[in-house]
Design a protein around this ligand. Sequence first.
Ligand SMILES: [Zn+2]
Length: 213
Amino acid sequence: MNIVLLGAPASGKGTQAELLAKKFNLYLLQTGALSRELSKSDERIEEIINSGKLIPQEEMTMHVINFLTKTKPDLKDILFEGFPRFISQYEALESFLKNKGDDIDAIISLDISLEEAVVRISSRRTCSKCGKTYNTITNPAPNGVCECGGELVQRKDDLPESVKVRFEYYEDNTKKLIEHVEKLGKLTRVDGTQSIEEIQKQLVDIVEKVKLK
Ligand SMILES: [Zn+2]
């Protein structure tokens, strides 16, 4: 069972993906974390990420496929967070999985507005050590530090201007993918403005149904 979780910046998809992966014992592929990892050894990628933009679509597909081949070669029970974002990436991933006898079973979109995203993002903090994200309002770190002991910082791409760029990018590009998979009958929408618990409950229900198929 392979699931894709889509959501604009600050939709809470990172937190939800972590909870969902734990609940169903899914392998979590977070492309935000993968991109930041790639940026450590590549200045060009670092610049793209810091400006709030995305790694070019085909290049990102290649990174994801390479990474999966290395870390999850059986390609089973993966939760994709932040990828695919474009129809081209969706089709490339789907055909890669199908060639290995697997598929994308469901796509979930966590919906949120730009105004809400900007409010939420200014309260987001990221662990400088392991990359785990917190939110000073909705998901605070118990002692002001990460559970791994790392210091919490505000990422450059979480600054308001950068958020706007990322949000508009997301809307412009992912809208087409969402419409595409909606026609295929694979899309489920979830209201991202609800509480973390309520959203998680709905996501669990969706995944339970996919499992029964
Ligand atoms: Zn940490």
